[in-house]
Write a protein that binds this ligand. Structure first.
Ligand code: NAP
Ligand code: NAG
Ligand code: NAG
Ligand code: NAG
Length: 319
């Protein structure tokens, strides 16, 4: 009996390693396949955004704001959404987008974690513009705490990052069906790489990836979905309210030393360009794609890397 058990276990492991070896052997061909696809995609025609309607949640700052400007430069009508806060800059964002070339911009204050408010801003956008072409589910928060904290404090992470995107998508789908539109969802490389202590944030992003990867099959080919898995981009989320006690600010500085980071503006430009070219997933900085590959092919190397990073960031002692 033990022999069979050992045998099974051994064969299973062997099958895995043989498969891995085969994969490595054919990887030069796979590599060229990827390369050729990437090169040909450069020549694919861009969607003409002039006269199209784009709804962006979380557009009062960060990448959401910059994406609004990129769409504005392409002549799209815009509906920009953010939660009403004393310092919310949504009106200024709307004004700037008009200056940059958007023919008409509306702004709506709403909390994406509330289902009726999501219905309200989708309805209001369609009432005003009579159509919807792109839905950008961008609003997100990123706290950094360990499981030892009061766990209920983190319900908002799931409510905003995951449910906020799902609610908006639910109400937008009937309108996107009519225009053969697109959904752009803001996940994160953290949803794939799960660095330590990002548990709640990273889990909300992993849930997004999982949900939208299967939704893809449900709504295609009418609606296409672009999943963003960004690495560290220098915006203000890392210093946002949930990462209290100054850990956020220090972390942002430390992160720059150990992870590849990218400026927000070229990143927003790359995203909108990718979406208009019909990309199904976008990763910026590109180097993170290599990290994803390492994680799937060599999980031991991945955890070794994370341990080293954890030590460098000195996150282990505090929370
Ligand atoms: N920066 C990075 O390194 C990075 C990396 C990977 C993924 N991402 C993802 O990118 C997205 C945006 O990041 P960011 O750095 O640009 O963050 P940000 O500057 O803090 O922007 C977040 C936006 O979401 C809005 N928002 C927050 N809670 C909301 C709510 N309940 N309802 C409606 N709007 C709400 C904020 O509006 P108000 O301020 O007006 O509330 C703000 O406009 C997130 O989903 C994040 O997970 C970022
Ligand atoms: C894009 O569409 C607008 C109107 O829908 C049209 O006037 C313009 O010429 C188009 N631009 C290109 C580059 O095709
Ligand atoms: C996505 O969410 C993150 C915060 O989690 C934010 O930094 C970024 O601006 C958002 N937008 C895009 C397009 O990534
Ligand atoms: C890439 C990213 O934003 N990941 C998050 C996941 O959790 C880690 C843990 O510290 C955070 O640093 C990140 O914000």
């Amino acid at each position: 009996m033990y022999a069979t058990y050992f045998n099974n276990k051994f064969t299973n492991a062997l099958v895995f390693y043989i498969f891995l070896l085969l994969l490595l052997l054919i990887s030069p061909f796979l590599f060229f396949w990827e390369l050729i696809t990437t090169v040909t995609s450069c020549f694919r025609c861009h969607e003409n955004m002039s006269g199209k309607v784009v709804l962006i949640t979380g557009a009062s700052s960060g990448l959401g704001e910059l994406m609004a400007y990129e769409y504005a430069k392409r002549g799209a009508f815009l509906a920009v959404i953010a939660i009403k806060e004393p310092e919310s800059r949504l009106e200024q964002v709307a004004a700037r987008a008009r200056e940059l070339g958007s023919p008409d911009v509306i702004f709506v204050f709403a909390d994406v974690s509330k289902v009726d408010e999501c219905k309200m801003f989708v309805d209001r956008t369609v009432e005003h513009f009579s159509r919807l072409d792109h839905l950008v589910c961008n609003a997100g928060i990123g706290p950094i705490y360990s499981i030892n904290h009061d766990v209920t404090k983190f319900l908002p992470v799931m409510d905003i990052n995951f449910w906020g995107s799902v609610y908006s998508t639910h109400f937008a789908i009937p309108h996107l069906m009519k225009t053969k539109g697109k959904i752009i969802v803001n996940a994160s490389s953290a949803g794939v790489l799960h660095p330590p202590k990002g548990g709640f944030y990273n889990a909300s992003k992993a849930a997004l990836i999982s949900f939208y990867e299967s939704l893809r099959f449900e709504v295609s080919p009418t609606i296409s979905i672009t999943i963003l898995t960004l690495g560290f981009v220098q915006t203000n989320i890392i210093t946002a309210e949930y990462s209290t006690k100054g850990v956020g600010a220090r972390l942002q500085k430390d992160i720059k030393d150990v992870f590849p980071t990218m400026e927000a503006e070229p990143c927003a430009k790359a995203i909108v360009e990718g979406v208009c070219k019909g990309a199904t997933s976008i990763t910026e900085p590109r180097i993170y794609k290599a990290l994803f590959l390492i994680k799937f092919l060599f999980p031991r190397l991945h955890s070794f890397y994370l341990k080293v990073v954890l030590r460098t960031l000195k996150l282990s002692g505090e929370d």
